[in-house]
Design a protein around this ligand. Structure first.
Ligand code: HH2
Length: 258
């Protein structure tokens, strides 16, 4: 899953794809590099971010979706029903909700009605404060229980279980150790029976692991290493900004492992 953030302030690619024509070109390039789907988002959820209105999100993503229609499989990274609805009308196939249907009561119905795919992600707290003091008794069992409950909720809203993928939310209310423990014990999430999405790409935990306590991003090499480890532990979808590097590494890993 390639990442195209149509935002001025995303943590690693803010501003890069803010121009619709640049975002469309990036998405097309990612498809050519081997991405199966491109995740288009109009709101940053980086630590400390404040969020934007549905109108602003639509202003950002609609021109990009119009530019891509029919050419590139698209996932819409949004928590808002109004944005998802418009994106689905413009051909998006998957709704990626980092709040797992907790922020907009209309979103489950919109996804169910459209027959689209849905990604449910775990987050402790909210972006503005989530990295202040993440705390768990056992991060993996708590994330697994949350995702199981959210999966049941999505199904109760009419979303087909076969259309749901789950994501532990790397970096969303988690310390460096929490993030790596989730990868180490990924089998406890794959046991829920749905495809697992991992988005470790460029996240600050990678920079902090490598010795910079104030890092706000991680390197491409560290991202690829984490993605390959997640793949080896059973992840199905790897969300990545640097698609070519991930596709090459994952192709080699798959040849070695299967
Ligand atoms: N991470 C980000 C955004 N959306 N969705 C899923 N399912 N999983 C993730 O790990 C995930 C996500 C944050 O990364 P990015 O989109 O690059 O940054 P920002 O939120 O600052 O736009």
């Amino acid at each position: 899953m390639g990442v195209v953030n149509v935002t001025p302030d995303s943590f690693s690619d803010g501003g890069v794809n803010f121009e619709p024509s640049t975002a469309v070109a990036s998405a097309r390039r990612m498809l050519a590099e081997g991405a199966a789907i491109v995740d288009v988002g109009g709101e940053s959820t980086r630590p400390e971010s404040e969020g934007v209105s549905a109108e602003e999100e639509l202003r950002r993503v609609v021109p990009v979706l119009e530019g891509l229609q029919g050419e590139v499989p698209v996932s819409i990274d949004t928590s808002k029903a109004a944005v998802a609805l418009r994106a689905l009308e413009l051909g998006a196939e998957l709704v990626n909700d980092v709040t797992a249907l907790r922020s907009d009561p209309e979103l489950g119905g919109v996804v169910a009605e459209s027959g689209a795919y849905l990604c449910l992600m775990h987050m402790q707290g909210e972006p503005r404060t989530m990295q202040a003091d993440p705390h768990y008794e056992d991060v993996v069992s708590e994330v697994a229980a949350f995702l199981e409950e959210r999966l049941a909720f999505a199904v109760s809203e009419g979303v087909s279980e076969e259309h749901v993928c789950i994501d532990p939310g790397i970096g969303f209310g988690k310390t460096v150790e929490h993030n790596f423990e989730l990868i180490r014990r990924l089998d406890e999430l794959t046991a829920l029976g749905r495809p697992v999405v991992i988005g470790f790409s460029r996240k600050r935990s990678l920079g902090r692991l490598l010795g910079d306590p104030d890092a706000t991003t991680g390197s491409v090499a560290a991202s690829v290493g984490a993605a390959v480890a997640a793949y080896e532990r059973g992840a199905t979808i790897l969300r990545a900004h640097d698609v070519l590097e991930h596709v090459e590494a994952l192709t080699a890993a798959r040849a070695a492992l299967t």
